[in-house]
Design a protein around this ligand. Structure first.
Ligand SMILES: *Cc1c(COP(=O)(O)O)cnc(C)c1O
Length: 472
């Protein structure tokens, strides 16, 4: 509208005033001068965006071993399916009758996730893992309210992802921390001292955030249930157990699933996502409404859930993401198990190759990820942060660093099943080379990255006064 009704845009004086009068726009809302859009050719616009995208790093560029985030390859067929006209152009307010195909897909995705988690019911609504945690915590809260029990606290291990205590706290619970033992697992003796009638639940992920399987999970679930409490499973690490174990077998009552981790949907720069939650039978009435059900040959949205915590997302969640995850599940079929196997094998391969050069946080068999420490390299004049930056010079995305908090100078590596042995070997060679560089001349590592589009930044300044202006 601005270009048509801009002041002075017309060749004839006053024409614009007549134009807006005719159309009934208040003069005060009319722009006084041009909005300054660049006047460039199509090819220049394309070049601009291509150049920007070349500066980006993605899993199509190289290895992206970001621990805890499962940056696996997102198959292109997912995008093809999500862009099918019938899915992409469907309006969320269309009737159940007109949306049978979409509802069927959602229903079948729920069913698939039921099989993979062992849970009795699924809600696809939450928009991310953390949102799933929050929704799951609200379900737990409502359950105890309905029972007439006043349980106000949630136990969270000291190794937990930050979203766990944050979600429980946002849902109104007080956080109680349980310690990890020297093997990186929940200290069961410490846990016992924390149990009482105030405890609503424990939040755990298994394998946990140091990549180690919690061997005492069954004992923990028995202890919690005896205490009248529930167990929440943070499903961010499902890629390590999918097809082999599941949260229900381990004794959990509620879980979330990060579709952008285990089920190959885009992580997408804060864009639309999905973190479905699953619950055991007794918690089903509290799920966000509507859930998708099937009866008499018809799929429908069930709003008749009087005890539901309500809606947690507009409409039914991010439908395009469900299409992608469902495509992946159908495409993989029984091979989902092989994805798990390869993810665990790849991580163990890297761990064994690196453990003589870097300190291992826990010398145990790992699952789909593991944690090393840059402590030794710190003594030699460098640090984990510098190692991470130096990796960028070799076209490898830095792993997760300084998390989990319980490991000093932590470097958390998750290769995923997508990587070939050649890529893994390249990663090992580069990591060994960087350790060598630190021994010879740490300055070369400490001033990295040298080849990345953005060189070393002052991290504090970059966080507080970000300058996002792109300069050619
Ligand atoms: C990624 C992750 C989360 C949070 O999931 P989002 O989808 O990023 O909100 C929670 N816990 C663990 C262990 C994670 O790795």
């Amino acid at each position: 509208m601005g270009t048509i009704f801009e002041k002075g845009s017309s060749t004839k004086n006053n024409k614009w005033e007549k134009d807006i009068k005719n159309i009934g726009i208040n003069k005060n809302y009319i722009r006084e001068s041009s909005i300054g859009l660049p006047n460039v050719s199509e090819v220049e616009v394309l070049r601009h965006y291509k150049e920007l995208s070349d500066k980006n790093f993605c899993v199509e560029t190289g290895m992206y071993p970001l621990g805890s985030c499962t940056m696996k390859y997102n198959p292109k067929v997912n995008e093809l399916m999500a862009s099918l006209e019938g899915f992409a152009n469907l309006h969320p307010l269309q009737s159940d009758e007109d949306s049978q195909g979409a509802l069927e897909l959602m229903y079948k995705l729920q069913e698939a996730l039921k099989v993979l988690t062992g849970m009795s019911a699924i809600s696809l609504q939450p928009a991310a893992g953390a949102h799933g945690e929050f929704s799951g915590m609200l379900v737990i809260k409502k359950y105890f309210e309905k029972l007439g029990q006043k349980r106000t606290k949630v136990i969270v291990p000291d190794s937990a992802h930050g979203t766990n205590p944050a979600s429980a706290s946002m849902a109104g619970f007080e956080i109680v921390q349980v310690k990890s033992n020297e093997r990186g697992q929940v200290d069961i003796e410490d846990l016992k001292t924390l149990l009482n009638d105030d405890i609503a639940a424990i939040m755990m992920t298994n394998p946990n955030t140091v990549g180690i399987f919690e061997e005492q999970v069954l004992e923990i679930s028995e202890l919690m249930h005896k205490n009248g409490s529930l167990l929440y499973y943070d499903g961010a690490n499902l890629n390590a157990v999918m097809g082999y174990s599941n949260p229900a077998i381990m004794g959990f009552d509620v879980c979330h699933i990060n579709l952008h981790k285990t089920f190959s949907t885009p992580h997408g720069g804060g864009g639309p996502g999905a973190g479905p939650i699953g619950v055991v039978e007794k918690l089903k009435p509290f799920l966000p409404t509507p859930i998708i059900e099937y009866n008499n040959g018809k799929y429908y949205r069930n709003y008749n859930m009087p005890d539901s915590i309500g809606k947690v997302r507009s409409f039914y969640g991010n439908f395009g993401i469900f299409v992608r995850a469902y495509t992946y599940i159908l495409m993989m079929g029984k091979d989902l198990k092989h994805a798990t196997e390869d993810a665990v094998l790849n991580a163990n391969y890297l761990k064994e190759k690196l453990k003589d050069v870097y300190d291992l946080a826990y010398d145990e068999k790992c699952m789909h990820e593991f944690v090393i420490s840059g402590e030794k390299q710190k003594e030699q004049g460098s640090s984990t942060l510098h190692i991470a930056k130096r990796l960028m010079d070799y076209e490898i995305h830095p792993p997760t660093v300084y998390f989990p908090l319980i490991v000093h100078e932590a470097i958390m590596i998750e290769p995923t099943e997508s990587e070939t042995k050649e890529r893994l070997d390249k990663f090992v060679n580069v990591m060994v080379k960087i350790a060598e560089e630190i021994k010879q001349n740490p300055e070369i590592v400490n001033s990295a990255p040298h080849n990345a589009p953005i060189k070393k930044v002052d991290e504090t300044l970059a966080a507080r006064q970000p300058n996002l202006r792109y300069k050619i």
